[in-house]
Design a protein around this ligand. Structure first.
Ligand code: CU
Length: 487
């Protein structure tokens, strides 16, 4: 009898507690848009069981939509393998599921995740996973630690909606991350994210190799450079060209695009920017605060961001880390190709062009030469080589690179270029008037645009002479007369 009263009392208390919590939860829900699971007892229940769809970048799994929280089975395998870092450069990557970044995991708040973590028998080292979406010790690191040829299973509940990084946390942690062990896990809010036309998965990372940028062959990890934070490569989706050429992203005019952007680091912070677009919406730091009309959003190492924009005009949008030397000299450059009809109301393009001549700004140097009008005096070969070198490093280098090797899938090589060596007049035209459309250089097709270069005819003669007499080209000497005659 006594016992019964006690249990009844407890029951009453529980009911009361439940009532108060729901009341509070209700209040929270009404003033906050996105609920964390811990604020809503309803979200602690799960319904049914399903296996998570896993995708390699740049793809993402289907949206969760309106489904209820479920028991979600995630299968992931660590694979160590040699892959391409840049043209002619390979690296021994350590990966989650064989790609860098690893598979995209898509969940909703309240899911009970049963994580099956395997380390391939061919691996040389033990690995584990720390998911920033986990509430619990090490984000799952200790529970998932497995030697080669072993597996472990652990479970966790997705308590907070948002976009989270996961990474390996096996010592030396920095090295495991530097070798490519990171990825993203999305926890969608109740009801899912608002629908968009396209979703992509992009993740930045910095790499440290014994050879300098572009040095060919299999490159080993360089611990000293990593400690100094002196990156050789800063790239999207694991390699130079991870988002260009055949890996470029695509959209059509009028579509809305959502990029899930992460930064694995291990060291560098990303100033994420898309040249030619403005982010209509940014989920700041991958959380629930949204900002609008953003040009560049900061993504910390071990952090993420969701950016959304509508594409209004056709063209190639350039995805960069706006710490801009990383984009043009270390690989942090991607392309989103937008196809569709022009919209001159949004972008009119160049509508006129003409000479602008307000008179000469007299500097002591050109004051003397300016007077000498008359026939062109051709500079000597040596003078042209010297001037050409200066023009090259000021004008051409950012795109075609210091030794003329270009950037795979983005900027064609000038070194041993069959296109260049076939016809100097065509090369002059390219620099003088710009070049666009398909160009085939040494068997590779480039379909991009080189703007008309803002240099004098003498500069063009010099720079092309310099290019033709370097890097395995056919030693043509280009004269100012040749340049002048191209109209
Ligand atoms: Cu690892």
């Amino acid at each position: 009898m006594k016992n019964l009263t006690k249990s009844r009392n407890t029951k009453l208390r529980l009911v009361y507690l439940f009532f108060v919590t729901t009341l509070f939860a209700g209040m929270f829900a009404s003033c906050e848009q996105v609920k964390a699971a811990k604020e809503d007892p309803e979200l602690m229940k799960v319904y049914g069981e399903s296996e998570a769809e896993m995708t390699a970048p740049p793809m993402v799994p289907r949206p969760v939509g309106k489904r209820a929280p479920t028991k979600l089975i995630v299968n992931m395998e660590v694979v160590e393998k040699e892959m391409e870092m840049a043209d002619g450069v390979t690296y021994n990557y350590w990966t989650f599921d064989g790609s860098v970044p690893g598979s995209f995991i898509r969940t909703r708040v309240g899911d009970e995740v049963e994580f099956h973590f395997k380390n391939h028998p061919d691996s040389k080292l033990p690995h584990n996973i720390d998911l920033h979406a986990v509430t619990g010790p090490g984000g799952g690191a200790e529970s998932s630690y497995v030697a080669p040829g072993h597996q472990a299973t652990f479970t966790f509940k997705t308590m907070n909606p948002g976009l989270y990084v996961y990474h390996c946390a096996t010592a030396p942690v920095g090295m495991h991350i530097a070798n490519g062990m990171y990825g993203l896990i999305l926890v969608e809010p109740e009801g899912g994210l608002p629908p968009v036309d396209r979703e992509y998965y992009v993740m930045q990372g910095d790499f440290y190799t014994e050879g300098e940028y572009g040095e060919r062959g299999l490159q080993a990890f360089d611990m000293n450079k990593a400690v100094e934070e002196d990156a050789d490569y800063v790239v999207f989706n694991g390699k130079v060209g991870g988002l260009t050429g055949e890996n470029a992203l695509h959209a059509k005019v009028g579509e809305t695009v959502r990029l899930f952007v992460g930064n694995g680091g291990p060291n560098l912070v990303s100033s994420f920017h898309v040249i030619g677009e403005i982010f209509d919406k940014v989920y700041v730091e991958g959380g629930s605060t949204t900002n609008e009309n953003v040009q560049t959003t900061l993504i910390p190492a071990g952090g993420a961001s969701i950016v959304e924009f509508k594409v209004e005009v056709p063209g190639n949008l350039v995805i960069v880390d706006h710490s801009i030397f990383r984009a043009f000299n270390k690989g942090a450059l991607g392309i989103l190709t937008v196809e569709g009809a022009e919209n001159e109301k949004v972008f009119g393009g160049r509508i006129s062009e003409g000479v602008y001549n307000p008179g000469t700004v007299v500097s002591s140097e050109n004051a003397a030469t300016e007077k000498e009008e008359g026939p062109i005096v051709e500079a000597s070969f040596e003078e042209k080589m010297e001037r050409g070198k200066a023009v090259y490093s000021q004008t051409c280098l950012p795109c075609h690179q210091a030794t003329g090797v270009g950037i795979p899938n983005a900027f064609p090589p000038l070194a041993s270029s069959d296109w260049l060596n076939a016809d100097p007049h065509r090369a002059i035209d390219a620099v003088k008037f710009g070049l666009s459309g398909e160009v085939k250089v040494n068997g590779n097709i480039y379909n991009s645009m080189m703007p008309k270069q803002d240099v004098t005819d003498e500069d063009i003669a010099s720079v092309l002479t310099y290019v033709y007499n370097n890097w395995g080209n056919n030693k043509t000497e280009v004269t100012t007369e040749m340049v002048k005659s191209r109209k």
